[in-house]
Design a protein around this ligand. Sequence first.
Ligand code: SF4
Ligand code: SF4
Length: 182
Amino acid sequence: MSIQEYFVSLFKGIHSLIKGMAVTGKELVSPKVTEQYPENRATLQIPERFRATLTLVYDENGNHKCIACRTCERNCPNGTIHIDTRMVDLPNGKKKQKLDKYTYDLGSCTFCGLCVTTCPTNALEFSNDFEQAVFRREALVKQLNYLPEKDEPVPAPAPAPVDKTEEAKPVAPDEKPEEKAS
Ligand code: SF4
Ligand code: SF4
């Protein structure tokens, strides 16, 4: 190695060392981002779109929008969803298929979101409640329809039929309304 090559190599080494020390020094004074979980549970910020577990959406009256069409069950790529249905008699005499039990296995869910995006009634969503650890795998199997089903609304009574014979009945002369005095 010539003297010139020796000094070029030396300066390159020093330059590289300074560059590395600059990165280390910058990290030394920058704010720490380590989460002190679970001590900071009360102030922890979980992103809204984080997919932690599947849930049925309930409104303020305790109703969900699932119509038991099974689209989510068919679209789930790994059989995570199982839907049981039952037939109910409606007040108008017809029958309707309703959701009986919505079973979801969190342990086999890949959080692909296909069930949520293909549901025709927007009945599903992902909760960002990330604390889902359990001691037994069976505890990861959940029933999502946990509130009792509401009764079908009773249809309003039909208006009474108009008696056409009464309308067509001729008015007797003495029943004619008195003419107004001009
Ligand atoms: S959650 Fe949606 S897709 Fe699944 S059965 Fe109910 S209505 Fe159908
Ligand atoms: S997110 Fe994907 S894997 Fe999980 S239940 Fe829905 S369709 Fe199945």
